[in-house]
Design a protein around this ligand. Sequence first.
Ligand code: FEO
Length: 396
Amino acid sequence: MQKVNLAENIYYLGFNDRRTTLFENIWPIPHGISYSSYLIVDEKITLIDTVERSFIDDYLDQIEAIIGDRKVDYLIINHMEPDHSGALKAIVQKYPEITLVGNKMTFDLVETFFMTPEKVIIVHDNATLELGKHKLQFQMIPMVHWPETMVTLEETNKILFSGDAFGSYGTLDGGIFDDEINLDFYETEVMRYFTNIVGKYCPQTQRAIKKLAPLDIKMIAATHGPIWRTNLNWILSRYKKWSSYDLDQGVVIAYGSMYGNTQKMAEVIARRIAGRGIKNIRVYDVSKTHSSYIINDIFKYKGFIVGSAAYNNALFPNVETLLSTIEHMAPKNHLLGIFGNYAWNGGGVKNLKTFAEKIKWEMVYEPIEERGALKSDMHEELLKLADAMADKLLEL
Ligand code: FEO
């Protein structure tokens, strides 16, 4: 095994998952995902988080290859979601004298998922733990993105073990540190990880960023994706922007269409907005593109226009899925337009109006509904909707 050091006696223990197709059994990960755990070898040997359960055997071997017959003294649990706690039970079985370190909520979840641990240390904000030459400091960042979430600062080398925060989809294909990688690849994967997993908790993320700002941090080691040691501002600036709903000039147009009439309405709107000089326009067929990608662009762009065919007196089901994802994530500060189409009864636009009332984004124009083929009066209305959206976007 090739050992990877973050600093002297601090090791990366990570695995690439190219088999899982849906992260959390929801979100597509065509480029896979990595799981990272860390090991500090000192007078007290300490693990920081573990890995997903399918890597347990290799994980235990990696630890043993580094520490031999010595025992692991502490397991720091920054986050209890099973992609990081999957090997917890195996670690406790192999090192029964181990002490688990977490906060009160951590141990509530340890019991919920696994067991009542024998030896624990319950930590709180600013608590520290001496390992010998290394000293750890703990900070709570609840709801980024679970209630027990905390981060651990290794004070000697100023390494922040950040859990999911600042993590990414995408495997580590050889390069592990940010300066070993062309970060263009991670541009989408980091953002999609943020919007899909953490994005619901933007206010809590903002709070965490402010709380961690005074700390002297030289490296950020998350549980997914690259270790940030050179371009810390690359990841920090993005998290600051996304979590503050700082949106760019652009529009997402998402539609659900069975026979093409709703799609044609979307094309008219998109073409007109482009004609007004807006260059960031993403048009999505919700039957083709998973909401993981659409919500990602909704976190990027100020405008959102949604169209639905009526389906059995209701929304087109895939539009309903997207809107449910949006309501769940609740991004803010958007401009909204809605349109739809029906053949023998309504149901699409009626339910889009209900969505508009719930999400409370600024409606740029009144709802537009056509029956069947697009006719000249509704064509004109679509142009007005497009103009209203473009007018607002051009003010940015
Ligand atoms: Fe990577 Fe929230 O687990």
